[in-house]
Ligand binder design. Structure first.
Ligand SMILES: Nc1ncnc2c1ncn2[C@@H]1O[C@H](COP(=O)(O)OP(=O)(O)OP(=O)(O)O)[C@@H](O)[C@H]1O
Ligand SMILES: [Mg+2]
Length: 268
């Protein structure tokens, strides 16, 4: 139905908001695929309540060197004849991805592109290629939603990861760096052909702060579709490596989800 990416400055709350959105969408009956596209951090699976992370999709391709060759390899006439190289197909459905490269739990599935594990292992470009090609080939059913937890910063735009994303969400915490980054994301999203780029405020502690942030973003031509309050429970859950309860932010996360769903119904 819809591919959403969650991006923003390091530590702004991308993984937390991706998790809360995924949980709420699932509660409302939408099957959700969460794509962990952050090659540095590894804790998303814990936030989502999984005991261990999925084996990265990168491993399906035999490592970083083989990414381009494998993703481009021509599928045989019968696509199902090559179940192992699912990533080489023209189209990938969520159901095609084999365990343990996808984990499923209570209506939420999780895949991970790849992680940098060793020093001197080279740059993360192949992960960007895999993220981009995977998201491009991913075909969603009507009710299915994909939420991509992006790496911090803007390099993913340079790598074209966002080209098949329907809605780009930028998480903005109360800092000038975060606002400035949102401005860059907004410009780069437009350059990638994604016209739908929105800011979600996070860690908001007062109405005054919310208004100030909105004003700054408005000046930069960025629409704000939600403001998530600072929630000590969310902070503690993250610190303890367990899923957040989400109760304190449910209303505001609900507004963000409602906005995205309403757009989907007017666009399609
Ligand atoms: N609304 C919130 N209230 C309180 N703490 C929050 C909130 N959102 C995020 N945090 C805290 O901020 C920290 C960073 O959050 P999170 O890991 O989600 O950010 P991130 O953008 O994914 O970071 P990274 O760039 O490292 O991947 C965590 O300690 C998290 O608990
Ligand atoms: Mg993160």
């Amino acid at each position: 139905m819809m591919k959403i990416s969650v991006c923003g400055k390091g530590g702004s709350g991308k993984s937390s908001i991706a998790t809360l959105l995924a949980n709420l969408a699932r509660d409302r009956g939408y099957p959700v695929l969460v794509v962990d596209s952050d090659e540095s951090n590894s804790g998303l699976y814990r936030m989502l309540g999984f005991d261990s992370p999925p084996i990265p999709l990168m491993d399906l391709l035999g490592g970083k060197k083989n990414v381009l060759r494998q993703m481009k390899s021509a599928p045989s006439r019968s696509e199902s004849a090559q179940p192992l190289n699912v990533l080489a197909r023209h189209e990938i459905s969520i159901g095609d991805i084999p365990y343990p490269h996808i984990l499923r739990r209570d209506g939420i599935s999780l895949v991970c592109i790849g992680k940098i594990l060793q020093s001197l292992e080279g740059c993360a470009c192949p992960m960007g290629v895999l993220s981009r090609e995977f998201l491009k080939k991913l075909r969603l059913k009507d009710s299915e939603m994909t939420i991509v937890d992006m790496e911090a910063g803007v390099e993913h735009f340079g790598r074209g990861v966002d080209t098949s994303i329907d809605e780009v969400l930028t998480v903005v915490e109360p800092s000038l760096e975060s606002i400035t980054l949102a401005e860059r994301v907004n410009g780069l999203a437009a350059g990638s052909g994604v016209g739908n780029s929105w800011a979600v405020l996070n860690k908001v502690t007062s109405h005054e702060m919310e208004s100030k942030l909105k004003e700054e973003l408005d000046k930069r031509g960025i629409a704000v579709i939600g403001a998530i309050p600072y929630d000590p429970e969310l902070f503690e859950a993250c610190f303890e490596g367990r899923p957040p309860a989400g109760g304190n932010t449910a209303e505001q996360i609900g507004e963000v989800l409602d906005f995205l769903l309403a757009r989907k119904s007017t666009v399609s």
